[in-house]
Ligand binder design. Structure first.
Ligand SMILES: C[S@@+](CC[C@H](N)C(=O)[O-])C[C@H]1O[C@@H](n2cnc3c(N)ncnc32)[C@H](O)[C@@H]1O
Length: 282
């Protein structure tokens, strides 16, 4: 992806994609049928059989009180509620205008709304999910601005650079090769959306579910698989840390099996020499 954030990143970015196998741009398309296991991640998710963007946004959701599935894929489950609250706490820590990517079951959105914020901008791809987001926006205590239905790759340009105080990213990959790194494609662009002193957190449970089994600790995992990408996206090491939140996946969860989950915390420096004001241009 030739995003502004990534163009700011050094050329080492491509060499850091140890767990992705590719640094190709996300495609505005999705596989029709794929599955997921907690030990290996996604199966059959690749660019062959790819759906068109219109097909993806139009795919019907299957929703009940416990889970959301789209295209046969487990997208979100109720047991993540406490984890979402932890992410929401970080994303709202600086108040102001909060950007969320992926409405899903609206669990993290509800948690964000419990905090003192000025505005809650939410980007959502799926048309069914987007309809629920629009309903959510009518009754939320704080102003909600829904943007979509459309992939963030297409709609992020509608968010003004330097205008966001906190970001919560929680989507999933478009192709299998990006299952461990799709968040960094977003973060590379999201860095510029943050105001100086703004904070970003993100979630990629399907990836972490696999990677956690390959490392002795969250510290090792973070240092090896997350930190290099975050640095390449523009964050400084002293502004990056993480917390660990409890997790209790239910027996039917196909994508996660650990009793803790990672809460990354990345701040844009307060005094960022690259920042030239709202709507900044390179
Ligand atoms: C894991 S769910 C989000 C769950 C949400 N945090 C919650 O608490 O319910 C992922 C959401 O991201 C949306 N999504 C997936 N890819 C996207 C993309 N490229 N751009 C925008 N939204 C996307 C899906 O339609 C889905 O609603």
């Amino acid at each position: 992806m030739a995003g502004r954030g990534l163009s700011r990143c050094s050329s080492q970015y491509s060499q850091l994609l140890k767990y992705s196998g590719t640094n190709a741009a996300p495609k505005a398309s999705l596989m029709r049928a794929f599955s997921v296991t907690a030990s290996e991640g996604y199966h059959g998710l690749n660019s062959e059989n790819a759906k068109s963007h219109a097909e993806w946004t139009g795919t019907k959701e299957e929703l009940d009180d416990e889970r959301l599935d789209i295209d046969g894929h487990p997208v979100m489950q109720r047991w993540e509620t406490p984890y979402m609250a932890s992410l929401a706490k970080i994303a709202t820590a600086e108040g102001g205008r909060v950007l969320e990517i992926g409405f899903g079951m609206g669990i993290s959105a509800g948690a964000i709304q419990k905090h003192d914020i000025a505005e809650h901008v939410i980007l959502e791809a799926n048309a069914d999910v987007f309809k629920r987001l629009q309903e959510f926006s009518k009754t939320s205590p704080h102003k909600v601005t829904p943007i979509g239905p459309g992939l963030w790759q297409d709609t992020i340009k509608e968010v003004e650079d330097g205008s966001i105080s906190g970001i919560l990213y929680d989507t999933y990959p478009l192709v299998k090769e990006e299952q461990h790194t799709h968040q960094f494609d977003f973060i590379g662009q999201a860095f510029e959306k943050l105001r100086p002193g703004g904070v970003l957190t993100y979630c990629n449970l399907t990836s972490l579910g696999v990677l956690r089994g390959e490392f002795n600790s969250w510290k090792e995992l973070f240092a090896e698989t997350q930190l290099p990408h975050l640095l390449a996206c523009g964050f400084r090491e002293e502004d990056i840390r993480f917390e660990v939140a409890p997790a209790a996946p239910t027996a039917d969860c196909e994508y996660y099996q650990h009793d803790t989950a990672l809460v990354p915390i990345c701040y844009r420096p307060v005094a960022d020499p690259m920042f030239t004001g709202l709507g900044q241009k390179e």
